[in-house]
Design a protein around this ligand. Structure first.
Ligand code: FAQ
Length: 328
């Protein structure tokens, strides 16, 4: 079972049976016509709950996703790379702001969302629970994880919930720059000295299976895809996104002389589908449920940021009150 800590009662099919049938039919007709649903519109509880779950997890992924790359800002090779990486990481945190705002329109406060993150109740993307050992790991994330994010988000930006789609459109525009920055950084290393080529190949070897899991469990294992696609929250299934990604990026990775560490990876010309070694879904299950190499560290950093920033939030809410700033 992949749904874990955050799986809610509303996922039960009975929930829908309790909805007003006429309103539900009207709602589904609007979605079928390609209309956007806005915060004040009627929506089934299950749609609202699914959106909160997904957008919240997405927002958490952006702030936690800033950490593995952020740690390389001080060690980036050269001033130009340092500036670019700093801007990218700042963008990711900005994406979280947009996404938390979109989720708030559905009735869950930002404070509640951040509390659920810190307490390990909410999920965030599994890939950010792995370490970035070298500069090349950070470059691989900037290119190939951002590329995955674009594939997924471009599809979902055509979805049904107005605030989420508009946030995704803005996010994708920025992600396009990240992708160029990441591609440039990887190409630089892949066409550099033998040591640089080796370093970037090793990073790809470490990250490939994470990249494959980024799009979520295979459709056979996915819990929410059917509901989310029915209401055009997700516009493509996990496997469809993975296939599209492989179509787009396998040639680009090979073009620069890197080897994808999956001997089974090939396109079946008869079916038009990529065949690959199935990722270790058991490891994936553990990581998304809190037991990955860096889960504790990532949440520890978030917890510290919350604690250290608490006095600022309090001061903003009540500027005239006296606060004692805790020692760092
Ligand atoms: N990691 O039934 P499904 C980024 C969970 S943004 C962790 O298939 P669904 C930018 C899922 O929540 C990256 N958990 O779920 C950046 C559920 O658990 P629950 C994030 C995962 O929702 C780049 C359970 O497994 N993007 O990277 C993952 O239909 C570079 C069952 O799975 C988004 O969030 C996973 N990979 O499909 C930042 C996009 N996959 O809640 C910094 C929006 C699944 O029942 C640096 N989200 N789970 O306890 C989506 O499109 C979907 O939510 C999926 C999952 C595709 C992620």
């Amino acid at each position: 079972m992949y749904g874990g800590g955050n799986t809610f009662e509303a996922t039960k099919a009975e929930d829908l049976e309790q909805e007003d049938a006429v309103k539900l039919a009207e709602f589904e007709a609007r979605i079928a016509q390609g209309e956007k649903i806005e915060p004040d519109d009627w929506m089934p509880r299950l749609y609202r709950m699914q959106l909160i779950r997904m957008i919240e997890q997405h927002a958490h992924s952006e702030i936690i996703g800033a950490l593995p790359e952020g740690t390389w800002i001080t060690r980036a090779p050269g001033f130009r790379r340092k500036l670019a990486l700093m801007a990218k990481v700042q963008d990711e945190v900005g994406h979280a702001q947009l996404l938390y705002s979109a989720a708030e329109t559905l009735g869950k406060s930002r404070e509640e969302m951040l509390t659920d993150l810190i307490n390990g109740k909410s999920k965030y993307s599994n890939v950010f629970n792995y370490p970035t050992y070298t500069w090349a790991d950070s470059c691989i994330i900037s290119w190939l994880i951002d590329a995955g994010a674009i594939v997924n988000q471009m599809a979902n930006s055509k979805g049904s919930y107005g605030p989420y789609c508009r946030a995704l459109e803005r996010i994708c525009a920025e992600e396009a720059f990240h992708l160029k920055y990441g591609h440039d950084s990887v190409v630089f290393m892949a066409t550099g000295s033998p040591a640089q080529r080796q370093m970037v190949q090793e990073a790809l070897n470490r990250w490939w299976s994470q990249i494959m899991t980024f799009f979520g469990p295979s459709d056979k294992l996915s819990v929410h895809t059917e509901t989310l696609m029915r209401w055009k929250v997700k516009m493509a299934s996990n496997d469809e996104c993975r296939q599209q990604y492989l179509d787009m990026y396998v040639p680009k990775i090979r073009e620069i002389g890197l080897t994808i560490p999956d001997p089974h990876l090939h396109k079946n010309e008869q079916t038009g589908q990529w065949e690959y070694t199935e990722p270790d879904w058991e490891e994936f299950r553990k990581v998304i449920n809190g037991d990955g190499p860096c889960n504790a560290e990532r949440l520890g950093v978030r917890r510290m940021a919350e604690e250290r920033g608490a006095w600022v939030r309090l001061a903003l809410k009540n500027p005239t009150a006296k606060y004692v700033r805790p020692l760092a």
